[in-house]
Design a protein around this ligand. Structure first.
Ligand code: SAM
Length: 243
């Protein structure tokens, strides 16, 4: 279809998602700033700020990509803690590792190529698991959430930062115009790639809205599930605890 992968079989979709991120990896950070006018930095800082993460904690950042969340987490857990960046795409992990290493960040950081649907870690081994702008791309989201709960220690927390459903009615047409008209143009102009940004807009519309995602977290066995909208629901933070 015009906007991407609706009718594609799952295996092929996984491959396509991989290609999307390989093709945008180098331009990824510039595009984030352009598309969100820099606001993604504020969302990410707020996200990690509310996490309650402490020095010495062991944290997994799923779909960690180019390392934005990991840098913020690393500031808080310190050298005695550990931040593991997990991503399915080697190109994104490489960009992330180069960026962090160039900033002198080496100790307490690890990079693991993985699929969020089947995590290569034992049960109850992390204090916090985060996934920012990543769950939307995971094919079997319920499997991803189940895995996030499995690897958390009792009392550990999962936090999801993701595009969500815009709540104010008046804002929706403006948001749709930005998503379907402006984004692909920006993608074409700055990354020579309109398709990946059409996919972005489409995948946001298909992602479960706030209440539905919260219910999926409860199904995964999380306790005290909650969510909070940022910027009118352009993004939402979902939270749940392992018991
Ligand atoms: N968390 C980073 C951020 O906030 O800037 C990167 C987000 S980027 C939009 C989405 C990332 O999800 C990509 O790096 C992609 O490779 C990764 N991804 C997609 N599907 C995945 C999966 N099944 N398991 C792990 N990572 C996945």
């Amino acid at each position: 279809t015009h906007f991407g992968f609706r009718d594609v079989p799952v295996e092929q979709k996984k491959k396509l998602v991989g290609e999307v991120f390989s093709s945008v990896a180098a331009k990824y950070d510039l595009m984030n700033d352009l598309m969100s006018l820099g606001v993604h930095r504020v969302w990410k800082r707020y996200f990690v700020g509310t996490s309650g993460v402490k020095r010495g904690d062991r944290v997994l950042d799923l779909a960690g990509g180019t390392g934005d969340i990991a840098v913020l987490l690393h500031e808080r857990v310190g050298d005695t803690g550990e931040v593991i960046i997990g991503d399915i795409n080697a190109a994104m992990l490489n960009v992330g590792r180069d960026r962090l290493t160039d900033r002198g960040l080496v100790r307490g950081l690890r990079y693991v190529q993985l699929n969020a649907e089947a995590l290569p870690f034992p049960d109850a081994s992390f204090d916090l698991v985060t996934i920012a702008f990543g769950l939307r791309n995971v094919t079997d989201k319920q499997a991803g959430l189940n895995e996030m709960r499995r690897i958390l220690k009792p009392g550990g927390r999962a936090l999801v930062l993701e595009f969500s459903q815009v709540k104010p009615e008046w804002f929706r047409p403006i948001y749709d115009f930005h998503s379907f008209k402006v984004l692909p143009k920006l993608g074409q102009l700055f990354a020579n790639d309109a398709g990946s940004y059409q996919y972005l807009a489409e995948s946001i519309r298909k992602h479960p809205p706030q209440e539905e995602l919260q219910a999926m977290m409860a199904t995964a066995g999380f306790a005290r599930c909650s969510h909070r909208n940022l910027s009118g629901g352009i993004v939402a933070i979902h939270s749940g605890y392992s018991v």
